[in-house]
Design a binder for this molecule. Structure first.
Ligand SMILES: [Fe+2]
Length: 390
C-alpha cells in the first residue's frame, strides 16, 4: 500500500520571462507601502532596479529598502524588525538570491513578535511561532535554493559556536512567488554553478528521500530533466535564455519538493560545515554531492540490493545518460560517474581549498545529520565522504 503523505500549500506562482513587470500590480493588492529586502548591492544598483523604482513611483508605491549581505543572521533580522514595529508596511518584498528571500520571509514572520528570532529557531529556541505574518512576495534573482516555494527561512551564525537553523511554519510559504528567469541573466558563472548544484542536490535528495511521495517524485523528475538540459548550458553561456528558464523552473520545483519530501545527507553537511565556515551553501552541496551519493549507493547495495532507492538511481541514470535498455547496475554506476565528472567540470573546490581544517573532520563526522537520506550513514561513512573531498 502507498505510504500516507501530506502536501503543503503553494505560493501563488507567476513564472516566465518579463513577469517581474507584474510586481507593482501584485503589491497594490496588499497596499502601497512596502519593506523591500535586497542583497548587498547587486540588484538595487542595476538598471532593472531603476526602472522598477520608476514604476513604483508611477503607481504610488513607497518603499523602505533594507539590504542583507550574505546569509541572514539573528542580528540582521532583529535589527530590521525594529523598522517593522516603528512603521506600518503592507507587505514585504524580497528581491535577490536565497539569502535575501529567507531574510524577507523571516522579517514578514517576525513583524508581530516581541522576542528575538532566535527564540523561534528549530533546535535553538524554545518558543513555537503561531504562524502570524504580514504578506510576503518572493522574487528570486538566482536559480538555486527554491526558497520562493518553501515554508522555512534559514538563519545562520557562522563560527566556532555557529548554527544554521530554520524558522519554520506552514504559513511562511510566500504568498506570491514571482519567478522571472530574465532576472537571473546577469548572475555570474560561479554563482550560477553553485546555486545550480544546490538546486540539483535538492531535487535529487527529495526524490530519493524516505519521505518522498508520488507528488514530489513526479515534480522532482521534471525538475531533474530541466537540470539535465540546462545546467551546463547556463554555466557556459549566461545569456542562454532557454537554459535560464530551465534552471529557474528547476529551482522553483526543488523548493516545492524539499518542503514536502525533505532532504538528505548533503544538506546535513550544508548545516554542519556551513555553520562553522563561510562557504557558500551551493558550494558545499556541489562539492559533496558525488561523493555522498557514491557512499549512499554502496551502503544501499550492501544492505538490500532490491532497495527502491537503487531503482530510482537507475532512472536518474536513464535521464542523465540518455540510455535505456541497460541493467540497473550499469545505470547507477554511470550516473555516479556523471556526478563525478560534473564536480570536475564545474571546478567545485575541495574542502581543503574552501578553507576547511583537517582537524575538524572527525567532529563533523559525528554531528552531521543524514536527514531523510535513503539509507542512514554512520559516522564512519560520513567521514569517508569528507575525506574523499578533502
Ligand atoms: Fe539547499
Amino acid at each position: 500500500m502507498m505510504n500516507s503523505f501530506q502536501f503543503s500549500s503553494l505560493p501563488r506562482i507567476y513564472f516566465g520571462g518579463g513577469e517581474a513587470g507584474r510586481l507593482p500590480s501584485l503589491i497594490k493588492k496588499y497596499g502601497s507601502h512596502i519593506l523591500l529586502v535586497t542583497g548587498g548591492s547587486s540588484f538595487i544598483k542595476s538598471p532593472r532596479a531603476a526602472s522598477l523604482m520608476q514604476k513604483f513611483s508611477e503607481e504610488g508605491i513607497s518603499y523602505r529598502n533594507v539590504r542583507i549581505a550574505g546569509e541572514p543572521s539573528q542580528e540582521d533580522i532583529d535589527r530590521n524588525v525594529q523598522l517593522l514595529r516603528a512603521e506600518k508596511f503592507d507587505c514585504v518584498v524580497g528581491i535577490g538570491g536565497g539569502s535575501v528571500i529567507d531574510a524577507g520571509k523571516a522579517l514578514s514572520a517576525m513583524a508581530g513578535r516581541e522576542e528575538s528570532v532566535i527564540e523561534y529557531l528549530e533546535g535553538v529556541g524554545t518558543k513555537e511561532h503561531p504562524g502570524t505574518k504580514i504578506p510576503f512576495i518572493a522574487v528570486p534573482t538566482t536559480s538555486g535554493t527554491g526558497s520562493e516555494a518553501t515554508k522555512n527561512a534559514v538563519i545562520s551564525r557562522v563560527g566556532p559556536n555557529g548554527f544554521k537553523r530554520s524558522l519554520r511554519h506552514e504559513n511562511f510559504v510566500p504568498d506570491i512567488a514571482l519567478v522571472d528567469p530574465e532576472l537571473t541573466s546577469t548572475c555570474p558563472p560561479s554563482i550560477t554553478a553553485a546555486s545550480g548544484m544546490d538546486c540539483f542536490t535538492q531535487l535529487m535528495e527529495a526524490y530519493l528521500s524516505v519521505k518522498s511521495n508520488p507528488f514530489t517524485d513526479a515534480l522532482a523528475l521534471e525538475g531533474l530533466k530541466a537540470v539535465k538540459e540546462s545546467l551546463h548550458r547556463v554555466v557556459n553561456d549566461g545569456s542562454d535564455t532557454e537554459a535560464r528558464s530551465g534552471m529557474s523552473l528547476a529551482a522553483l520545483i526543488s523548493g516545492i519538493c524539499l518542503a514536502n519530501a525533505g532532504l538528505g545527507v548533503v544538506h546535513g553537511f550544508a548545516s554542519s560545515l556551513g555553520a562553522r565556515y563561510s562557504i557558500p551553501h551551493g558550494v558545499i552541496c556541489g562539492t559533496l554531492m558525488a561523493a555522498s551519493n557514491e557512499i549512499t549507493v554502496r551502503e544501499l547495495r550492501r544492505s538490500d540490493s532490491g532497495n527502491t532507492a537503487l531503482k530510482k538511481y537507475a532512472l536518474l541514470g536513464e535521464i542523465f545518460l540518455y540510455e535505456k535498455n541497460r541493467n540497473e547496475s550499469w545505470l547507477v554506476d554511470g550516473f555516479l560517474e556523471y556526478l563525478r565528472k560534473l564536480t570536475d567540470e564545474l571546478h567545485l573546490p575541495l574542502l581543503s581549498e574552501a578553507g576547511v581544517s583537517e582537524s575538524d573532520l572527525k567532529a563533523f563526522a559525528e554531528i552531521t545529520d543524514c536527514k531523510n537520506n535513503p539509507i542512514k550513514l554512520g559516522s564512519g561513512e560520513i567521514s569517508e565522504i569528507l575525506e574523499m573531498r578533502f
